[in-house]
Design a protein around this ligand. Structure first.
Ligand code: G3I
Length: 343
């Protein structure tokens, strides 16, 4: 079976689409996406900087094509993302007073969510609003609008697209302090009568962290809030984080350090083994909690597409996904399929 077939009765399985794929410039990817996945998320084209670059300027072309692709292939279509402090159109920063900023944000949410009402099945309404310690991030929105902006964003999205599922999406949601913060945030939305249908736990994970135990605690804790849990943006980096390298000085040129790009010609067997086991373990855990998990979405199709080749420095060779640069299934793909068959 393919991925979507293997997980059919469990949860949907998705990928992010980049603009090449959306415009049909990557036919191998298109074939693979249609075969393997039943849900899609736009990696970049619906971020405000791209879809709404000027106060009165919208670029809907790529987003429209993205939605059309999802509809043509009968997929669950995710929107990403309405309110995010990053990749934010600059005009928002230039608005001086509170009321004008609030109006501009409302116009953004209502225009974008409204355009795809009845077409997009679920929106990441607010993205990455938390600090690592669980407090609210000091973004332009929090600073100028206070925590009301969270409630407003969900209410505007509901008003513009009443049938669409609405989500909060963030990274590191398995770390205890941030988990507490996310629980508090969801409760705050619920207490303010917002429609919040789910939480997206971004799966930008490593070979060892977060631990399975912390992932499991998070799945259970979020599910207890009465919302769907989704694993979004899944990719397993196999490269060191510069800040973890012994003796690394991030103020120096760590770009020059060969330790930063240790596997330019492929992963050594020892890493392949760890990588396969990591995917097997996390999917076993997802299946154990299949009653709580609605969707698992990978952040890219094949290793060459991944943002992790360019983060936190450019030009690394990473291998975080289930398909290699030739669009071939990696051994981890087979592990994941086998886990599905057994659970
Ligand atoms: O398309 C332009 C290209 O024309 C230009 O020449 C080039 C020069 O820098 O930039 C290209 O745009 C880049 C874009 O990715 C497409 O490759 C942007 O600079 C770059 O900032 C952007 O990075 C994206 C990042 O979000 C910031 O928006 C990554 O692709 C995307 O994978 C990443 O995704 C985020 C999620 O949305 C939220 N959670 C974290 C996740 C990873 O950072």
């Amino acid at each position: 079976p393919t991925l979507k077939e293997a997980f059919k009765s469990k949860f949907t399985i998705g990928t992010a689409l980049n603009s090449h794929q959306i415009y049909g410039h990557d036919s191998l990817a298109t074939q693979l996406i249609k075969r393997e996945f039943n849900t899609v998320t736009p990696e970049n084209v619906m971020k405000s900087v791209n879809i709404h670059p000027g106060v009165n300027t919208y670029n809907f072309d790529a987003a429209d094509k993205y939605v059309q692709f999802g509809q043509d292939n009968d997929m669950f279509i995710v929107g990403h993302t309405l309110v995010w402090h990053s990749q934010l159109s600059n005009f928002f920063n230039e608005i001086e007073d509170k009321d004008s900023l609030k109006l501009a944000l409302k116009k953004h949410v209502v225009t974008v969510a409204g355009r795809y009402a009845g077409k997009i099945n679920g929106w990441d309404v607010v993205n990455e609003a938390l600090n690592e310690d669980g407090s609210l991030r000091n973004s332009l929105f929090l600073n100028k609008l206070g925590d009301d902006y969270l409630v407003d964003a969900f209410n505007w999205a509901k008003q513009a697209a009443p049938q669409t599922e609405l989500y909060y999406n963030d990274y590191n949601l398995c770390a205890p302090s941030k988990r507490e913060g996310a629980i508090k945030l969801i409760k705050f939305l619920q207490e303010n009568n917002c429609k919040v249908d789910g939480i997206g736990m971004q799966g930008h994970w490593g070979l060892e962290t977060p631990t399975l135990e912390e992932i499991e605690k998070s799945i259970i804790a979020y599910s207890e809030l009465g919302i769907k849990v989704m694993i979004t943006e899944l990719d397993i980096t196999v490269l060191p984080n510069p800040w973890d390298l012994e003796g690394a000085d991030v103020n120096q040129n760590f770009e020059q350090d060969p330790k930063m790009n240790p596997y330019p010609n492929g992963m050594p067997d020892s890493v392949v083994t760890k990588f396969n086991k990591r995917y097997k373990d996390i999917f076993e855990l997802f299946l154990k909690h299949q009653d709580k998990i609605g969707r698992v979405t990978f952040w890219g199709v094949q290793d060459g597409d991944s943002w992790l080749n360019n983060w936190p420095i450019e030009g690394r060779t990473n291998y975080p996904l289930l398909f290699d640069r030739d669009y071939k299934q990696k051994p981890a793909y087979k592990e994941v399929i086998q886990v599905a068959a057994k659970n």
